[in-house]
Design a protein around this ligand. Structure first.
Ligand code: F3S
Length: 386
């Protein structure tokens, strides 16, 4: 590949991976079984990003391993009805077309593990999208570094990644013990915990003790928030994540997280009071989360707009099961492909957004000029359902 025998695209991208490997002291390249590509929204790519991707596609770039795609900046089907700006949509569709020509599966979700890109324990992958990286490393026990958009795409086009960082078992040991004393009642509490710990541990590896109960959705919320307030790509939780029992916590620096620390997180993340819209599904909602919302609002009427963002395949399953109809009858929308953070909601008349996600609450002020109301799902719905 480096000698150009596989064409210009492979040569250029492998050179990028070799350089990365040299910087981080990798001993060799290793094959990856899948890639998750981020950097899909036209909002973050802009014209230079679109030109880069179209150039690659024009040169015949094709992925060598199964590759899935992060959310774009709009619902790829219902964008008009939802009010996404037309000039944005035209550009976004061109981005999607370029990825499609490269052979990438247009899953358009940050939860690839819920739509068929599911690695097994110990499998080497090259994923970008920080929340998916955290989930794959921590909850599944697969191995990936926190790839950027270009390095993940390069891994997809070459089928390999440099062997360093979290691909090596010795780099997966915890660096901080987190003793959780607070009671965690829902996904928002896990987001608040993640926001707090991410700020402290930065790009280290926290080991949680004392979490009494957590659903897979809670763990995805926890990892997403830590990846946003810090740069956490892997965490362990005693009795819950697969590598926790293999790791020693002897001699680790320890912090305690109680109710006060959680309250501080809520205080820091709440910058608004009266949401124009509530947007759920960060990371993208699972079928369980859609079902749970449907049960909560069945037969009621929402006072303000509500979106729940999810992958298209999850939306289609929810449709078959009747959940979408219940949510729509109450005045909400099941929005596919996109999410609050990567879509141009600031151009759609929204100034204050209600969320139950620590990650979205962290990013919405900077990425979308939003004031944020960060609360549990029940609190967000309370008083807003007739
Ligand atoms: Fe996914 Fe968007 Fe949140 S990409 S993790 S829903 S910011």
């Amino acid at each position: 590949m480096l000698a150009g025998g596989y064409g210009e695209v492979a040569e250029r991208n492998l050179r990028l991976l070799v350089r990365l490997g040299e910087i981080y002291g990798a001993d060799r390249m290793i094959p990856v079984s899948s890639v998750q590509v981020a950097g899909v929204s036209y909002k973050s790519l802009g014209e230079p990003g679109l030109e880069f991707l179209e150039d690659l596609a024009n040169k015949g770039a094709k992925v060598k391993v199964p590759t899935t795609l992060n959310p774009p900046g709009m619902d790829l089907v219902d964008w008009k009805e939802l009010g996404f700006p037309e000039d944005f949509a035209v550009k976004q569709l061109k981005v999607i077309e370029a990825f499609k020509r490269m052979g990438i599966m247009l899953t358009a979700t940050c939860t690839p593990y819920l739509v068929g890109n599911l690695p097994h324990f110990g499998e080497h992958i090259a994923w970008s999208e920080s929340s998916a990286v955290s989930f794959a490393n921590s909850v599944i026990g697969a191995r990936t570094n926190r790839e950027g958009g270009p390095s993940a795409l390069a891994a997809a086009l070459c089928g390999v990644t440099p062997n360093y960082g979290l691909h090596l078992i010795e780099n997966r040991k915890p660096t901080l013990l987190v003793n959780v004393k607070a009671e965690l009642k829902d996904a928002a509490d896990f987001g608040a915990l993640g926001y707090h710990v991410g700020k402290i541990v930065k790009n280290g590896i926290p080991y949680f003790e004392g979490i009494k109960q957590a659903s897979v959705d809670d763990l995805k919320a926890l990892g997403a928030a830590m990846a946003a307030s810090g740069a956490v790509a892997l965490y362990h939780a005693r009795g819950m994540t697969p590598e926790a029992a293999l790791m020693s916590t002897d001699g680790l620096e320890t912090i305690e997280v109680g109710e006060r620390e959680l309250l501080d997180s809520y205080k820091a993340l709440n910058t608004g009071s009266d949401p124009d819209i509530v947007i759920l599904g960060c990371p993208h909602a699972s079928l369980n989360e859609i079902a749970s919302l449907a049960h909560k609002i069945e037969g009621k009427r929402l006072k303000k707009p509500l979106w729940i963002c999810t992958s298209r395949s999850t939306k289609e399953t929810a449709e078959m099961l009747g959940f979408n109809e219940i949510i729509e009858k109450a005045g909400g929308k099941v929005v596919a492909d996109t999410c609050a953070v990567v879509s141009p909601i600031e151009r759609m008349g929204f100034k204050t957004t209600g969320v139950n996600s620590g990650k979205a609450a962290n990013y919405l002020p900077g990425f979308c000029k939003q004031q944020v109301v960060f609360r549990s799902l029940d609190d967000l719905l309370e008083g807003r359902v007739a």
